[in-house]
Design a protein around this ligand. Sequence first.
Ligand code: KIV
Ligand code: ZN
Length: 535
Amino acid sequence: MDKSYIRIFDTTLRDGEQSPGATMTKDEKLRIAESLAKLGVDVIEAGFPAASPGDLAAVQGIAESVGQSKIGSPSGEPPIICGLARAKKRDIEIAWQGVKAAVRPRIHTFLATSDIHLEYKLRMTREEVVAQVREMVGFASSLCSDVEFSPEDAGRSDPEFLYEVLAVAIAAGATTLNIPDTVGYTTPSEFGALIRGIIDNTAGLDDSIIVSVHCHNDLGLATANSLAGVQNGARQIEVAVNGIGERAGNTALEEVVMAMTTRETFYNKKTGIDTTQIMRVSKLVSSCTGMQVQPNKAIVGANAFAHEAGIHQDGMLKNESTYEIMRPESVGVAESQLVLGKHSGRHAIKSRLQSLGYELSDDDLGNAFTRFKTLADKKKNITDADLEALVTDELRKTSQLWALADLQVSSGTTDMPTATLRLKDPDGEIHVQASVGTGPVDAIYNAIDQIVGDHGTLLEFQVHSVTGGTNALGEVTVRVESLQENDSFFNPQSGAGTKRSYIGHGTATDIVVAGAQAYIAAINKIIIAEKRDNG
Ligand code: KIV
Ligand code: ZN
């Protein structure tokens, strides 16, 4: 018997389903059970069959399908399919109905052992609890050779009484003793000591009996407590995917598994989990339960492999081990993300642009970086599309003549739309103009025309959002038609007096500003064309 092998008992479908609002349909439970089998969990607690006919049907369905197939199981056998039962004859019978079709069925029965539960919930004496455990574990093992017993609220139970109850459970046929910290009350050192005490003091507890831990996360200690249990001799951990479960949830599967995998030489334990499946199962559970994973959740949160700080991004680009203790691929995440935001540095921008296929000169990169910082002050996360829009805009500006220096617009339902703008001419001089119009864009374009002169007629004005959300970058494209007396530079065959149209683009979080930039860009092209045509 390999004592370093830690069994992963998944209770997503039972304790996890006890999360408020996390009810799943039978089909969803089946899909999750299949993916848990592929993930390589050793035991699937498929439900609490006596709770409802629907629960029973789901457990039976899982026992008949996943419980008979061999997909992904670490031992090459189907996973154990387990059904929960109170230590009552009827519950145990129904649990057996639920799991018996599985190749490897398990009945998991429980009875509380803490004085608080005995006095207020069960209204039983310790002697009565001992007698009921003896009888009901005995009954369960008369039906099923694999019986797990849990002394509910073990974390707050008198350890001496626990040793007595657990010894009775072993004598009655229990093969797994699961120790629940039902209300998430213990600390890692206390819980570790509890497990050690149980292993050292329970009569009949030899290597054939598996000690298991089942921790709740009320104080955020479920993972730490479970690992402390393992360090003190537990050989099974009960978990739920994404840490869902009653109240603050159960120990998160992904956390304990990745702790033991990443710190292999520290814990010296192994599991049968194919860690590359973790993200896939996390997403499935989240979509079936409707419980979103918090972005900063360890291992499976959207930010778990995202780096924003400039210093971190710089380190990551030099060597991932600077800020990453596990590779995202090892849990099924495609790759680390360098999130571009206001903390990002020039190196990160350059590298992302290179990966997008842009090789910029130092000057263009410098300008794009300045614009990136301005945008990052207004918009939290800068996407690749934002970045591309900034850069292409920067590249288009190489032939800039007139440039927008400042713009104020006033518009609404009552006032006349008015634009006041400052334009910088090719010599760097600032020109100020105010104008009214039928709308804000008309007012801006009138003001621009009054400064630069009338160079053409606006034919088209198109706006599109480059990225999603109200803080997205908007791109404006305009087409301006110009009558050129001599356009031989562009089309030597066409002669004088030809009408030509010029496209201008502008990109900004404010589409009115983008509209001004687009118009100026088109006018600049016309001016260049006029200059060339006129020699
Ligand atoms: O938290 C708990 O005590 C339980 C038991 C039924 C094992 O979920
Ligand atoms: Zn529980």
